[in-house]
Every structure is written in structure tokens, then in C-alpha cells.
Design a protein around this ligand. Structure first.
Ligand SMILES: [Ca+2]
Length: 83
């Protein structure tokens, strides 16, 4: 769902590479590992960090009305709250 791109010594940037849907997943948690390939092994050239991305809910469900006209009737003595 996400991709990290980095070039040279620059910090990586997190990119979204898939479609999000709040109803499918509200949060993504993953671990990022960075390694300095030129550092000596004794210098512990690797660091990790947990990343949490929260998905914000937006109204992506458009209103839907049936294509044909809709009609019904209701008795004049129907009580309040009748359906
Ligand atoms: Ca949705």
C-alpha cells in the first residue's frame, strides 16, 4: 500500500501506491528499516522505526435514488412515526 523512496543520503519519502478505503482499513502499521551499507558492522549500521498511518474517513458514498419515480400512500389517520 505504501512505498518508501530515497536517493543517496536524502531522507526517504513515503508514497501511497494503492487505493485506500476507510471501511476496509482505518490504520496501517509497519516497520521501516534503514541501513548504512558503508558503515562497519561494528557501528550498528541499521536502525528501525515503527510507522503508523491513520486513514481519515471521507464521505465517498454518493447518494443513490432509484431511476424510476417512487410513490406510495399513507392513511390520513396514520400515527406520527408510521412508516
Ligand atoms: Ca469508503
Amino acid at each position: 500500500m505504501f512505498e518508501i523512496v530515497s536517493e543517496g543520503d536524502e531522507a526517504g519519502e513515503l508514497y501511497l501506491v494503492g487505493n485506500l478505503d476507510y471501511e476496509d482499513a482505518t490504520e496501517y502499521i509497519f516497520e521501516v528499516c534503514a541501513t548504512n551499507p558503508t558503515a562497519p558492522t561494528s557501528a550498528n549500521p541499521t536502525a528501525t522505526q515503527t510507522v503508523t498511518v491513520s486513514v481519515s474517513d471521507v464521505n465517498d458514498n454518493f447518494p443513490y435514488c432509484p431511476p424510476c419515480p417512487f410513490s406510495t400512500s399513507v392513511a390520513e389517520n396514520a400515527g406520527t412515526g408510521s412508516s
